[in-house]
Write a protein that binds this ligand. Structure first.
Ligand code: ADP
Ligand code: MG
Length: 243
């Protein structure tokens, strides 16, 4: 069953047509990479999935629930579909551990001990356990992003969305964050990743989507084939520039 389904979705910002007739389904367990030039609608696509942007027309179903239906609770969707942003947005006056236990205790009503144990396991997984009592400002960007990923995982989401998670990082920090994401992908986490890291895309993606001007121009399960020889000229031009 499709977990996410876009049917003829359009998105306008005023007169600007940001998403054009989007028809896509995402299944549980898929690792999908979304690439394309700046301004092509990649972030907008992700943001509609957890209701950070509304759609203008068409249907967007999350686990068979229409995102625009009155019965649909965005808070439930956001519990189930986590998002990791370019700028990690950790709470500056909370420790690393507190950043991770906050939502599980407040939103999922986990008890403190349970939440703390789970947070420590997640921090260990992203290689940040030794920094659990540190404050975000004392960490590098790459370390903060790994904490942000652990925070996303703490809600035990069915899927994680990543919007250029390494774009704001110094080059020497990127590898550690990508390694954490690769590990998640191997463990079967459902992920949609907007990225300019083409080696990462080639390495982990089950499927690659290429967007330009608000449209999906390619949607391929033959990831290696796409990178060798995309069928769209726009995709070829894009790859020539970034690779
Ligand atoms: P990408 O992530 O591929 O770079 P975006 O989804 O951020 O692209 O943006 C697609 C287009 O929509 C861009 O031209 C951008 O300027 C425009 N856009 C995005 N968000 C808004 C907004 N809140 N208001 C007006 N225009 C927007
Ligand atoms: Mg973007």
């Amino acid at each position: 069953m499709a977990m996410i389904e876009f049917k003829n979705v359009e998105k306008y910002f005023g007169n600007f047509h940001a998403l054009k007739d989007i028809n896509l389904t995402f299944e549980k367990g898929e690792v999908v990479v979304v690439i394309g030039p700046s301004g092509s609608g990649k972030s907008t696509l992700l943001r509609t999935i957890n209701g950070l942007e509304t759609i203008s027309s068409g249907n967007l179903l999350i686990n068979d629930q229409d995102i625009r239906s009155k019965q649909t609770k965005l808070t439930e969707i956001r519990k189930n579909i986590g998002m990791v942003f370019q700028h990690f947005n950790l709470y500056p006056n909370k420790t690393v551990l507190e950043n991770i236990t906050l939502a599980p205790t407040k939103v999922l009503n986990r008890n403190e001990k349970e939440a703390k144990d789970a947070a420590e396991r997640l921090l260990d997984r992203v290689g940040m356990l030794d920094k659990k009592d540190s404050y975000p400002s004392t960490l590098s960007g790459g370390q903060q992003q790994r904490v942000a990923i652990a925070r996303g995982l703490a809600m035990q989401p069915e899927m994680l969305l990543f919007d250029e998670p390494t774009s704001a990082l110094d080059p020497e920090m990127i590898g550690d964050v990508l390694d954490v994401m690769k590990q998640l992908a191997r463990e079967g986490m459902s992920m949609i990743v907007v990225t300019h890291e083409m080696n990462f895309a080639r390495d982990v993606a089950d499927r690659v989507i290429f967007m330009a001007d608000g449209q999906v121009l390619e949607d391929s399960y033959d990831v290696e084939g796409f990178f060798e020889q995309p069928s769209e000229r726009r995709a070829q031009q894009f790859l020539n520039k970034v690779v």
